[in-house]
Design a protein. Structure first.
Lengths: 313, 450, 59
């Protein structure tokens, strides 16, 4: 019998689950022999309230390993996460939503109540519609990363996480050793040519393609930041690199920070502003600076904009 | 005293949902619901973002079909910025989109739906899953895993990321394709086409023929259909075309994407976060009554095959003809979504090859000149789960001021509720129910691949 | 000055009121000006209230 394992998804898109499947053929022995999956809504039919739905308490079986994806944005997510923590010996937060809030935590930069009301008042929505409240889980005040709510034993960010690293985490757990994970920034794994920043004093929007020659290897292309594009490689944790280059860079597209900050508690916006300022690049040339926090808006980093208060005198 | 059975979570689907079956004192079904449990708010938190960034934000709506959101979004931004992608940029996007359909269909049929058919709807839950399939049919399973991986890795290698893609950009595509890549993709896709043909034959022989009774009964409802077809000849289209809205009697109207709000409305019930699109242009309102539904149409594979005149590629066309000969047009049987899915799998492979064989595909002019500006754009593609609509308005700086999204799955929320009710009512009588019967209710949902 | 402008803008990016930051130039010969600046800032922060408005306990 393999190691009992439970999988759960909270406020997620299932991209992490697809990343697990993208381990490919190596996944077959893992899920059929090494692991004994006891609960996983995406793959199997274990139910919360008994197989005939007659129970009243949400129950997940005990497991040695628990893997959760997605952030915590409503009361059901919280209940599921707490049950996972209670039943699993080792709890892994997989993917940037679970570790840093991810894209759904962009909502933390908005007034949630007002936003939700407006979602039910679009041009195609029936007039008079209001936010559903019956039989649906009530929202929390904001989107949380998993470690803000329960103790997490291991964090593996990425949007999506790298299948090779997911396999490494699982295999290392089975072998009882610490996983070998990259600890540096995206830039440290990027093979593009660096020649110094030259005359760049502003960053530009990605509305023109990078300068490149078709078919030329990636190490012949100049660093996108040096080409003047806003690229978040310097302030983003490494881990996305496959086939010798960071994923987005290999498509000749600048990094947007999907693995979260280099240090777990880092702040991508502050770090990026520092990086730009220390290179003499005008921070004001960044359109929509707040979206630099698009992957790491939990932990209180992204908040609604406060209006200027009236001067008291 | 009646009771409520809470089937939660609905499993082997892509999202978060639960089924609640309300039993009366006599043990018969009084009502049944599919409650959609999750709301994230993409429409609002993309406001203020530079529009060219949005295609790489909204792909996170769905990790199974991120290419669909990525490209519908790119098309909407093209519209708002008033730019037409270069011919090669346009075709590279379509190639990625159609290729993403290949992986999606393999995933859904074999990983999520197949356990019900291969192991049987009444098999114990501990084996009624993909792991059970691997153990029961190891050769088939190994082949399926290999083929899915081949498709995913082809896309991943060419476009940098298969999940949450970034290579589509306003104005076209981020990088050109070189001859070596083209040859590699062609070889891979030809292998996938052979597999797709095998998968269709396998399913017809081993699945659909054995479950004809279930196909004729489970979750069957009577609705209209929505899909996208070629402007000229009405053939099936996934990336670009005109929208066709068909009534249950087979009559239809066509509309351009920019007019979508004249034809489609979204109904809201207080018991689920998902809105329920309906055919506003039918002027009959919204009603999910099984006997006489109003405004209800379905999307996704079966809908697309029902609305199209034909399929432009030979193997898929032959399969469509056999399908129509057996089930008519429009076919209403819910489980036929699986059959239609495999026909589309064949089409997606054939279409990818067509695109790769187009001589202009390796042209280096992949992105048109782009200037951020104020405007409005509506981008539509056929996602695996249905017609996907992104509608953006931008300000002078090219940042989003307003967005409206109608996501593929939502078209089928009302129909899924109806299918759940139909299945529960016919399967549960006099208080007799068990795990196998309840799983069959879920199968009615799974067919829609939500 | 450029840096203090950046601080103000970044405070707003992070969802804090820009008024929580103020820069006043005071020479060692201007005690009254110093006292005035501190009083003003204290009053302003009191009016703004606690910063953690969004971190309230779960409803």
């Amino acid at each position: 019998m393999g190691v009992t394992t439970a999988l759960e998804w909270l406020g997620s898109c299932s991209g992490c689950e697809i990343a697990i499947l993208n381990i490919g053929e190596d996944l077959v022995p893992i899920i059929t022999e090494a692991l004994d999956i006891v609960h996983a809504p995406v793959l199997m039919d274990h139910k919360y309230f008994g197989q005939c739905g007659e129970g009243v308490t949400l129950t997940i079986p005990e497991a040695v390993v628990g893997i959760v994806t997605g952030g915590v944005s409503n009361h059901e997510h919280l209940e599921v996460l707490e049950e996972m923590r209670a039943k699993c010996q080792v709890l892994i937060a997989l993917g940037t939503c679970a570790t840093h809030g991810g894209i759904p935590a962009l909502m933390n930069g908005q007034n949630r109540q007002q936003s939700w009301e407006e979602i039910f008042q679009t041009i195609t929505t029936d007039p008079g519609s209001t936010i559903p409240t019956i039989e649906v889980p009530a929202p929390l005040d904001r989107v949380y990363a998993c470690d803000e709510k329960v103790k997490i034993d291991m964090q593996l960010p990425g949007c999506p996480p790298n299948p090779e690293l997911i396999a490494e985490v699982i295999v290392s757990l089975l072998e009882g050793r610490p996983p070998v994970l990259p600890g540096k920034s995206v830039c440290d794994t990027c093979p593009t040519k660096r020649e110094g920043k030259g005359a760049v004093d502003k960053v530009k929007r990605f509305i023109t393609n990078a300068e490149l020659t078709a078919g030329e290897p990636i190490d012949q292309m100049r660093c996108l930041l040096e080409q003047g594009y806003m690229c978040m490689g310097p302030v983003t944790a490494a881990g996305c690199a496959k086939r010798g280059a960071p994923s987005c860079i290999s498509a000749r597209v600048p990094c947007r920070g999907c693995f979260g900050p280099v240090r777990k508690d880092g702040n991508q916006l502050l770090d990026m502003m520092n990086a730009l300022a220390s290179n003499g690049i005008d921070y004001k040339s960044v359109v929509d600076r707040r979206s630099i926090l698009r992957f790491s808006g939990a932990h209180g980093q992204l908040r609604p904009v406060k209006k200027q208060v009236e001067k008291e005198d | 005293m009646g009771k409520v059975l809470n089937i939660a979570p609905v499993s082997r689907i892509e999202g978060h949902a639960k089924i609640a079956i309300h039993l009366g004192d006599d043990g018969n079904v009084e009502d049944a619901f599919l409650h959609i449990q999750s709301l994230r708010g993409f429409e609002k938190f993309i406001e203020g973002r530079p529009a060219e960034e949005v295609p790489r934000i909204v792909n996170r709506i769905c990790g199974i079909c991120p290419w669909m959101h990525h490209l519908a979004s790119n098309k909407a931004v093209d519209g708002a910025f008033g730019v037409t992608p270069t011919p090669t940029g346009h075709k590279l996007r379509e190639m990625c989109q159609v290729m993403a359909h290949i992986n999606d269909k393999i995933l859904h049929f074999f990983f999520l739906a197949a356990p019900d058919f291969v192991l049987g709807p009444n098999a114990d839950y501990s084996v009624r899953n993909v792991i059970g399939v691997v153990k029961a049919a190891p050769e088939l399973a190994t082949q399926v895993v290999k083929m899915r991986q081949l498709g995913q890795m082809m896309l991943d290698k060419f476009a940098g990321k298969a999940i949450h893609p970034i290579a589509g950009v306003v104005g076209g595509f981020a990088k050109p394709m070189v001859e070596e890549e083209r040859q590699e993709l062609l070889t891979g896709t030809r292998t996938l086409l052979d597999f797709a043909s095998f998968a269709l034959d396998y399913a017809i022989t081993n699945v659909f023929s054995k479950y004809m009774d279930a196909i004729g009964e489970l979750g069957v409802i009577n609705t209209g259909f929505l899909g996208t077809v070629d402007r000229q000849d009405g053939s099936l289209r996934l990336y670009d075309g005109v929208q066709r809205l068909m009534k249950a009697d087979g009559s239809f109207v066509e509309f351009e994407g920019r007019d979508y709000a004249d034809y489609l409305g979204e109904h809201v019930e207080p018991w689920g976060y998902s809105k329920m699109p309906y055919a506003k242009s039918w002027d009959e309102g919204f009603d999910m009554t099984l006997a006489e539904p109003k405004g209800i149409y379905r999307a996704n594979t079966l809908a697309r095959l029902n609305v199209c005149e034909k399929i432009s590629t030979p193997r898929a066309q032959a399969a469509l003809e056999a399908f129509r000969a057996a089930f008519g047009r429009p076919a209403q049987q819910t489980l036929l979504y699986h059959y239609a899915r495999l026909i589309e799998l064949v089409y997606a492979c054939e279409r990818t090859i067509e695109l790769l064989e187009w001589e202009g595909i390796t042209d280096t002019d992949v992105r048109a000149k782009v200037t951020p500006q104020a405007g409005r754009g509506i981008g539509i593609v056929e996602a695996p789960r249905g017609t996907l609509i992104h509608d953006y308005t931008t300000d002078d700086n090219g940042c989003i001021t307003k967005a409206n999204l109608i996501v593929g799955t939502t078209h089928n929320i009302a129909p899924m509720n109806m299918s759940v009710k139909q299945a529960a009512t016919s399967l549960i009588k006099d208080g007799v129910y068990n795990e196998g019967l309840l799983n069959q209710v879920e199968m009615a949902v799974r067919a829609y691949d939500p | 000055m450029a840096r203090s402008n950046m601080v103000v803008e970044l405070l707003e990016d992070f969802g804090y009121e820009a008024d929580r930051f103020n820069l006043t130039w005071v020479s060692s010969a201007e005690p009254d000006k110093f006292v005035e600046a501190v009083k003003k800032m204290t009053a302003r922060v009191k009016q703004l209230g606690p910063v953690n408005g969004q971190d309230a306990t779960v409803a």
